[in-house]
Design a protein around this ligand. Sequence first.
Ligand code: ZN
Length: 50
Amino acid sequence: MAKAVNCPCGEMIKADTDDELVQLVQAHGKEVHNQEVSREDALAMAQPVE
Ligand SMILES: [Zn+2]
């Protein structure tokens, strides 16, 4: 099931698998916010997408 994370900066990060989503959220956090995001945090922010 696809999931998405709505970053507070307005960016919507979407992926088909948890692993991919975590990678994208971690990359976004590091590049855009200079912030390390744990796998747990990334998945906690994720919401299922239709
Ligand atoms: Zn962001």
